[in-house]
Ligand binder design. Structure first.
Ligand code: ADP
Length: 254
């Protein structure tokens, strides 16, 4: 098991649990979609898994070892965290931002190999022509790819992505999810907080549905049932099928 978190409880304020008894796992090369309404705890959970928050109860294990036992550099080689982009202001060039991802490997100065890794990533993610541009000048989709590139530069075993497709047009959504899926072939596991249930169905191996800080359901595509969605999102939906894929559509007359 690459990542295993169990029994996690977390609160920002006393007596107000935001996460309760959370169990979540990711196998090697597995893509896990974390779904649930706004405020259900997706970001908080990802931040607990990335060790930015310390749960009051429970533990997060990476490759069998408690995350707290890793040094900062070791942790950065295991985990790449991609935050929500909309609030990020980043006064740095694309190249330098992605180069920061090499920090866990750099003694005091980036080597030619570090620069080559960054150039290769920029090329693969079709960002080379923006290399010397300020990240702040890029579109949402391009910026999202820069932060994914930065996480990939860490050469992590696990990617934790917080709504990597929100605010992106359809082409960029698919591009970003394709990049994540390509990592699967290298054995990299991903846990993705994602709003679009249809994309979650299409791109993930497993779905974990949160409701009010608890895992409401976890498993295969059967998690995305009309009953579960109504109970968790308070929306009636119709589950149909298109070319072998399940499709969720609102069941409400306009
Ligand atoms: P999601 O990502 O599913 O929208 P969040 O993890 O952002 O959910 O939020 C879960 C709950 O924690 C919400 O009730 C939210 O208001 C609360 N919360 C999030 N961040 C903070 C914070 N920094 N301080 C206090 N409460 C917070």
């Amino acid at each position: 098991m690459r990542l295993k978190a169990h029994d996690l409880d977390f609160s920002y304020e006393e007596d107000k649990k935001v996460l309760k008894d959370i169990h979540i796992t990711a196998e090697e090369g597995e893509i896990v979609a974390l779904v649930g309404p706004n405020g259900s705890g997706k970001t908080t959970l990802l931040r607990c898994l990335a060790d930015f928050h310390t749960p009051e109860k429970g533990e997060v294990k990476i490759d069998g070892m408690d995350i707290k036992e890793y040094t900062l550099n070791e942790k950065a080689r295991k985990l790449g965290y991609v935050p929500q982009i909309e609030n990020i202001s980043f006064p740095s060039t694309v190249f330098d931002t992605v180069l920061m991802g090499r920090k866990p490997y750099v003694s005091w100065k980036p080597s030619d190999q570090d620069r080559r890794i960054v150039s290769d990533l920029l090329e693969k993610l079709e960002l080379s022509r923006f290399a010397m541009r300020e990240v702040n000048e890029l579109s949402g989709g391009q910026r999202q790819k820069v932060f994914i590139a930065r996480a990939l530069a860490q050469k992590p075993m696990i990617l934790l992505l917080d709504e990597p497709t929100s605010n992106l047009d359809l082409k960029h959504q698919l591009e970003v999810l394709d990049i994540i899926q390509q990592q699967k072939k290298k054995g990299i596991s991903s846990i993705i907080a994602i709003h679009d249930l249809n994309l979650a169905i299409r791109y993930s191996d497993r779905i974990v549905m949160l409701k009010e800080g608890e895992v409401y359901a976890s498993g295969g595509m059967e998690v995305v049932s009309a009953e579960n969605i109504e109970d968790v999102y308070d929306v009636e939906v119709h589950i149909g099928e298109h070319q072998g894929w399940m499709i969720v559509t609102p069941d409400k007359p306009l």
